[in-house]
Write a protein that binds this ligand. Structure first.
Ligand code: ADP
Ligand code: MG
Length: 414
């Protein structure tokens, strides 16, 4: 199965066609993360780099959530600059028109009369804060029917001193509105703004994968718990394999796995925090010399392993998060070589792993293993830092940031 299509994310036929006509056929990562939540009516906080496609991440689902018969304006997009406001209109005009919606930008430095006429006729209003406030004060436009609010480049709006005016504007929108906030950072003041304006938001963060991971062949294997050992044995018997690092979650798991491999006549060494410095150095020495070509390690122990020519990394136990995946699989394909990263995934881990796959742009590899494309039902709370602004909430929200390990055991980590 290929990476998700806009249709699979829930985008309407009309919007699909409009996108298609502009050659936009496959969603970018941040769009895959954000669109299902916006369509589901959720508040969203999103962070991703410039050029990653944030405009359509909010523009497309917003156009889909408004009907031509709805009040005008029903949606307000605040942006810090005139350039940005006009770019947003350019980007979303076709999709809006395909849904029979009008969209206008209002900004300073241009005649106010025409904007004053157009603003109240637009379903979607894109505005810089200062000019919008002028229009409101003139009585040209009211925001009391606005039920979709986007703060684009929220960090820049704050940097530019727009907080008081943004505050005054937001107060005039509907209290039960849906709010989306896009920013290069969600920390500090932006985080406080986000907390004040959103309800039970979903946090999405897309950080592009590090360059080096592109040289790795990534593979996911869908399996049941009881099949993991056999699957590992198969991987280790692969002739194409050189030095291999196998990752497990616990020290006990590492020792046990080494014993079980032994019974299959596959000789590995365990590396974990309970080994003495001496034992670790001896194990590494044997790995380095090539006496043993398989190390079974916990995340912590693996930090001390600095070997260049590891051809395979096997995640026997799935990594906890994106960082974990990058650290582990980043151990192969060093120094210009290629490498293979294999990750065992049980069905009850598919949701978390799917999220990691989306974040690392490995969705194709993930779905090739027979997993469905992650959708709104999956938790996508970025890297777990961004949403933690100390807000409290019910179950199923930022609590998803706490790592879930279906098979977690009390055993201490290495
Ligand atoms: P950001 O707001 O994250 O900086 P933009 O929304 O301005 O990024 O998008 C950057 C560029 O990527 C734009 O030229 C846009 O047309 C293009 N783009 C956005 N989404 C897609 C997509 N799914 N497929 C192809 N191009 C896209
Ligand atoms: Mg943008």
């Amino acid at each position: 199965m290929p990476s998700p299509t806009f249709a699979e994310l829930g985008v309407s036929q009309a919007a699909l066609r409009a996108l298609d006509q502009r050659g936009i056929t496959a969603p970018f990562a941040i769009q895959s993360l954000v669109i299902p939540d916006v369509l589901a009516g959720r508040d969203v906080l999103a962070k991703s780099p410039t050029g990653s496609g944030k405009t359509l991440a909010f523009g497309v689902p917003i156009a889909d959530r408004i009907e031509a018969t709805d009040p005008r304006p029903s949606a307000l997009i605040l942006a810090p600059t005139r350039e940005l406001a006009t770019q947003i209109v350019e980007a979303i005009r076709d999709v809006a028109h395909a849904r029979a919606l009008s969209v206008t930008a209002v900004y300073g430095g241009a005649g106010i009369e025409k904007q004053a006429r157009q603003a109240p006729k637009s379903h979607i209003l894109v505005a810089t804060p200062g000019r919008l406030e002028d229009l409101i004060q003139r009585g040209a436009v009211r925001l009391d029917r606005v039920r979709l609010l986007v703060l684009d480049e929220a960090d820049r709006m704050l940097d530019m001193g727009f907080r008081p005016v943004v505050e005054r504007i937001v107060k005039q929108t509907r209290r039960d509105r849906q709010t989306l906030l896009f920013s290069a950072t969600l920390d500090g003041e932006v985080g406080r703004l986000a907390a004040a304006y959103t309800r039970d938001p979903r946090t999405h963060e897309h950080v592009p994968a590090p360059e080096a991971l592109g040289k790795v062949a990534h593979r996911f294997v869908r399996l049941a718990h009881d099949d993991k050992l056999d699957a590992l044995v198969r991987e280790l018997r692969d002739d194409a394999r050189g030095r291999t690092l196998v990752f497990v979650r616990t020290k006990r798991g590492a020792d046990r796995l080494v014993k079980r491999l032994d019974r299959h006549n596959l000789h590995a060494l365990a590396m974990h925090g309970d080994k003495s410095q001496n034992q670790r150095e001896r194990a590494l020495g044997r790995f380095d010399r090539g006496d043993i070509d398989t190390l079974v390690a916990t995340d912590v122990a693996a930090r001390g392993i600095d070997v260049d020519d590891i051809t395979h990394v096997v995640n026997f136990d799935a990594p906890e998060d994106r960082e974990g995946y990058v650290h582990r699989v980043g151990r192969t394909a060093r120094a210009g070589r290629t490498g293979t990263g294999v990750t065992f995934v049980m069905d009850d881990q598919a949701r978390d792993m799917g999220k990691i796959a989306v974040e690392l742009e490995l969705l194709r590899e993930f779905t090739s293993a027979g997993f469905a494309t992650p959708t709104a039902s999956s938790h996508s709370n970025g890297n777990g830092r961004s949403g933690g602004q100390g807000r409290s909430g019910g179950p199923g929200r930022s609590g998803g940031q706490r790592r879930r390990h279906p098979r977690s055991r009390p055993a201490a980590r290495a």
